[in-house]
Design a protein. Structure first.
Length: 293
């Protein structure tokens, strides 16, 4: 029995464009976990809210000239959440490996941002990570724990190397974050820098940073957007970027080296659906960017 059959249950199908697993190119997986959330819990409801939103917005991408309806998408359902984060991440790694072994592209919907650690472990240490997030999540520990949504990127840096991580949209930093980033060589671009230059210039810089790597995993924390665009997130931070800026950058950066991505931290009960719609649209656009000729 595969780990998909063991640890995943079907749910409302993302985008409504459902293909059987065997015939699909993209496999959607929900991870409804928010066990270490420290401000506004509820990201566990993100996968279903984003799926519902995806059924109610148009699928054609003007930016790429592609249509999500033409993509071969299978929604595998939601991961079975374990009693703690470590076990949940372990299950996510196993399931993601099943998807990769089947030569398919994983699209993971969170849930809190810590799930990225479990996903990236399935790809191995030769993968670079492009992280769009207001926060750096580089603390060594938080509230007595070394594994949480505030520390997972530190753990990931220790596993794959700080030089393989690039963070974009950063604007919420503590001293621990900054000291580790500067001491380890982890590269980051702040929201302030994004505003000083055009998205194309930012994308050009990102391409240079990612050029040495053959494989790139993309992770997006919805709080990278300003709360004006995405108010329903677990840890909102003012002075963020717009959805337009995010998509302009991604349109330039996404290429055939991208081998998986996740969208996390939508906490739908804190608005009337705006953030879930933004997340669904971002997923649609990324899929079309990656699939473009």
């Amino acid at each position: 029995m595969s780990h998909l059959n063991l640890y995943v249950s079907p749910s409302l199908a993302f985008s409504g464009c459902y293909k059987p697993f065997e015939n699909a190119a993209f496999i959607v997986l929900g991870v409804p976990y928010d066990g270490t959330s420290t401000y506004r819990s509820g990201a566990r409801f993100g996968p279903q809210a984003i799926r519902e939103a995806s059924l109610n917005i148009e699928t054609y991408s003007i930016r790429s000239g592609s249509d999500v309806e033409d993509l071969k998408i299978c929604d595998a359902g939601d991961l079975h959440i374990a009693e703690n984060l470590s076990k949940t991440l372990e299950r996510l790694t196993l399931v993601t490996r099943d998807v990769l072994d089947a030569r398919k592209f994983p699209v993971i919907i969170g849930g809190e941002h810590s799930i990225t650690l479990g996903a990236v472990r399935a790809f191995g240490k030769d993968t670079a990570v492009l992280d769009f997030d207001a926060h750096m999540d580089l603390r060594d520990e938080y509230m007595g724990s070394r594994l949480s949504h505030t520390t997972f990127m530190r753990r990931l840096a220790e596993e794959i190397g700080s030089e393989r991580i690039v963070q974009v949209g950063v604007r919420a930093i503590c001293k621990d974050d900054l000291n580790f980033a500067k001491g380890s060589g982890l590269r980051y671009i702040t929201t302030h820098e994004i505003r000083q230059f055009t998205p194309r210039k930012i994308a050009k810089n990102l391409k240079k940073m990612l050029k040495p790597y053959r494989r790139v995993y993309l992770t997006i924390d919805m709080d990278v957007l300003d709360p004006a665009f995405a108010p329903a997130v677990a840890n909102p931070e003012p002075d963020g970027i717009s959805t337009t800026a995010l998509l302009d950058i991604l349109q330039e950066v996404c290429d055939k080296r991208f081998i998986g991505f996740d969208v996390t931290e939508a906490t739908p009960h804190y608005d009337t659906g705006t953030t879930a719609v933004q997340a669904a649209k971002i997923i649609f656009e990324i899929l079309c960017f990656i699939k473009k000729p």
